[in-house]
Write a protein that binds this ligand. Structure first.
Ligand code: EPU
Length: 341
């Protein structure tokens, strides 16, 4: 028997801080419990939302059906040799706390992903990335509950089809797998990844030539805090749009019209544009639309200013998309998921 919580308040479980009520909600930390909850969902034909840290979701005020949150904890070293280790982590572990724990354990590779909000179980879904590193770089494998076959399955890196802010779980098989535990392959030897401009500039300014793991971790935290709002204080979901990828021809035309365009070479023949720059240039940075707005230090981040809701935020997002399309002929794709769609 599952004791569903009815009319559950999810306002502290979504990083936008929206007032959201779920018809029913349950937190699970055993497979038996998960299966019981899924049986209820199937039997009653409820719609289902799997909630992680709620940091990449735009929730509408009422969530019909059921919401399940996986709260499995635990960080365990599985294999440990001289140069590397495989660490297994429960889906409910907070991502940033996990990154901090790895530092204490002397295991390296994820320092650049410090302070990303959300839980470990949600991290593979959009292949979280920041400052030149993405989850896939240190990913080993994961255990997930397959709703199609009703069993736990092991998926390796290739199975997960990771791409830029993308994976099997996001685009190919949404809703099929419930991520239960994630395994990372980490190094016992630290070698800094300073390929991202903001990070290398940070150390240049401080005249640090060989930063250690803690230095990189602290630098990432500092840079993030200077540009991105803390969700406890100002509701947000990080980047609201993906950085758009355009073909070389369009990039060259744009570069001619806008010589300051910020872009990075992507796959051969294509370029990734900085969406934050496009939105900023279209005049949106710091814009306030009553209850919601555009963050004044990073135009790619939309914020809940005061009792905002999904309708206000999606309205603002649409206006931004239209204006970037008009000025640059570039289409911006939303990064967070809207639920119910
Ligand atoms: N820019 C502006 N104006 C702005 C914002 C940015 O001109 O208002 C310019 C910056 O000057 C810079 C460029 O755009 O030249 C890129 O900005 P930034 O370094 O802040 O990174 P981003 O491309 O906007 C991406 C990720 C972030 C991640 C950072 C750092 C996406 C969609 N976003 O942002 O991820 O933290 O790089 O690696 O890829 C997230 O996904 O929630 C997220 C925060």
């Amino acid at each position: 028997m599952i004791n569903w919580i009815e009319n559950a308040d999810l306002s502290s479980r979504n990083s936008l801080g929206f007032q959201v009520s779920a018809e029913r909600f349950i937190e699970v930390d055993t497979v038996e419990h998960l299966e019981l909850a899924l049986n209820d969902v199937q039997h009653n034909q409820w719609s289902l939302l799997l909630l992680g840290g709620g940091s990449n979701l735009v929730l509408k005020p009422f969530i019909p059906g059921a919401v399940i949150s996986v709260n499995l904890q635990g960080i365990n070293i599985l294999v440990d040799d001289e140069s590397s280790a495989i660490v297994e982590v429960g889906a409910g572990v907070n991502w940033h706390q996990f990154v901090g724990r790895l530092l204490e354990m002397g295991l390296h590779g994820l320092e650049n992903l410090a302070l990303i909000p959300g839980n470990v179980g949600a991290a593979p879904v959009q292949n979280i990335g920041a400052y030149g590193v993405e989850l896939a770089d240190c990913f080993h494998s994961l255990t997930a509950y397959d709703r199609k076959t009703a069993e736990l399955v092991q998926l390796n890196k290739d199975d997960c089809c990771f791409g830029y802010r993308d994976s099997l779980f996001k685009s190919r098989e949404p809703g099929r797998y419930i991520i239960w535990q994630v395994r990372f392959l980490l190094s016992t030897v630290f070698s800094p990844n300073l390929g991202y401009r903001a990070l290398s500039d940070y150390f240049d300014q401080q005249a640090v030539t060989a930063p250690g793991a803690y230095d990189v971790y602290r630098a990432v935290c500092e840079i993030r805090q200077s540009k991105l709002p803390t969700p406890d204080k100002i509701g947000n979901v990080g980047s609201f749009f993906e950085n758009p990828i355009v073909q070389e021809e369009q990039y060259l035309q744009l570069k001619q019209r806008f010589p300051n365009l910020v872009a990075y070479p992507d796959a051969p023949g294509s370029y990734k544009l900085a969406a934050g720059w496009l939105i900023d240039q279209a005049g949106w940075k710091g814009h306030k639309a009553a209850s919601v707005g555009v963050y004044d230090k990073q135009a790619l981040v939309l914020v809940n200013l005061d009792k905002g809701d999904s309708e206000a935020l999606l309205g603002l997002a649409k206006s931004i998309q239209d204006s970037v399309m008009e000025k640059f002929s570039v289409s911006l794709k939303m990064e967070p998921r809207v639920y119910p769609a």
